[in-house]
Design a protein around this ligand. Structure first.
Ligand code: GLA
Length: 424
């Protein structure tokens, strides 16, 4: 198109004069560059598969600093997390130190004495990307400086630091959906104009059904629930504090809103936290068993959620590594078809989810929700799968059955995650 414009112009009489030709070429160049920007502004390219990484909040809350983040970046590489696909370090709330005399947002100089740009350079030098956090109100959830009214300026600042992702929270903002749409779009547009590709994570906790509007506001992912706590499920006596089951139950019905570039964000993984500390330990977050953590990883993956680990990855035990670094499970989460799994069975005992994969395989998750071990037989034809399949257990890393059905036992709160490959 820009080149057509060039040749058209070349034929016109005006262009015999050199100055006019120069102007046309300049205009064509401006058009080409502008067009290229629009193209690279395409949100779909920013998160073709669900973003993966490690996030500061659940373990450290706002007790963060550049030393810890550099150590985590090192650990992302040495532990194999980066190699497995966790390529973001997400700084959450608590990095901010107010604004300078030109109203530029600045980091806390005690926590980040070298500045965020230098930290971003370090993180990038490890092959990782850097995420940061702000809020669509004057102050963030933890009471730090936020971005309302400074969207353009802050987006440019983030871009100048080399930020690759913004989590944008909603504490201190009005309840209504229209204001939320406007405030998120304002920041979404500002990010697109910032001169850098910055993915945009919308975090208003699902309260205004962001799956209906967040993509239009420029988001690539949107939280669907309140904050995850380090627990299996909310007790009947608790009216707050989401457990793994509470989040899975909300998300499992939102499959039609996810796809390449746009994801239902089930919030952070609590795998490996063991109720030790941090905000995920509040509101009944006393910790989960390894079986339950394995279920979280299975369910988040089959439901195509972003995967943000939050445990101390500098010191992971063997079980935590086994769960977070299971490449076959990560491959389900990151499948390029981008189809979130569909809930096929949901009752007091069982949740069964089926996900179609890019190469024609399927992923099947079988969750025992009950408090006791259960035996079952799953006939694949019940889910419309008419062929015969190799049924590979992705936690055992072996084919456990061949044919049209699987029979076996599932422990309480365990999720079996299978990959089904058609037998030719
Ligand atoms: C909210 C968000 C959390 C975290 C905190 C930080 O609660 O939902 O994920 O970012 O704020 O203050």
């Amino acid at each position: 198109m820009p080149f057509l414009c060039f040749f058209h112009s070349l034929n016109s009489k005006v262009l015999v004069r050199q100055r006019a030709l120069f102007m046309v070429i300049t205009l064509c160049l401006v058009y080409t560059l502008g067009h290229a920007t629009v193209k690279s502004d395409d949100g779909k390219l920013l998160a073709p598969t669900p973003p993966m990484g490690w996030m500061t909040w659940n373990y450290f809350a706002d007790n963060i600093n550049e030393k810890v983040i550099m150590e985590m970046a090192d650990a992302m590489v040495s532990s194999g997390m980066l190699k497995a696909g966790y390529n973001y370090v997400f700084i959450d709330d608590g990095w901010q130190g107010g604004r300078d005399n030109k109203n530029n947002i600045i980091p806390d100089s005690k926590k980040f004495p070298s500045g965020i740009k230098e930290l971003a350079d370090y993180v990038h030098s490890k092959g990782l990307k850097l995420g940061i956090y702000s809020d669509a109100a004057p102050l963030t959830c933890a009471g730090y400086t936020a971005s309302l009214g400074f969207e353009e300026q802050d987006a440019k600042t983030f871009a100048s630091w080399g930020i690759d992702y913004l989590k944008y929270d909603y504490c201190g903002a009005p309840e209504d959906v229209e204001t939320a749409k406007q405030r998120y779009k304002k920041m979404g547009d500002a990010l697109r104009r910032s001169g850098r590709e910055i993915a945009f994570g919308i975090c208003e906790w699902g309260q205004r059904k962001p799956w209906l509007w967040a993509a239009e506001a420029g988001g690539q992912l949107w939280r669907t629930t309140n904050d995850v706590r380090d627990k299996w499920k909310r007790k009947p006596t608790e009216n707050s504090g989401e457990g793994i089951m509470n989040i899975m139950d909300v998300n499992a019905s939102l499959d039609k809103y996810a796809g390449p570039g746009y994801w239902n964000d089930m919030d952070m993984l609590v795998v490996g936290l063991y109720g030790k500390k941090g905000p995920s330990g509040d509101l009944g977050g006393t910790g989960c068993t390894n079986t339950e953590y394995q279920s979280q990883m299975s369910l988040w993956s089959i439901l195509a959620s972003p995967l943000a680990a939050t445990n101390d990855i500098r010191n992971m035990n063997a079980e935590t590594k086994r769960i977070l670094l299971n490449q076959e499970v990560i491959d389900i989460d990151q499948d390029v078809l981008g189809k979130q799994g569909i809930l096929k069975v949901n009752n007091e005992t069982w949740s069964i989810i089926l996900r179609t994969l890019a190469n024609g395989d399927y992923a099947l998750a079988i969750l025992n929700r009950s408090d006791s071990i259960q035996n079952t037989t799953i006939n694949l034809s019940e889910f419309g799968l008419k062929s015969t399949y190799y049924i590979k257990d992705l936690w055992q890393h072996k084919v456990v059955a061949k044919g049209k059905k699987w029979s076996g036992s599932v422990n309480s709160h365990e999720t079996k995650l299978f990959r089904l490959k058609k037998i030719d």
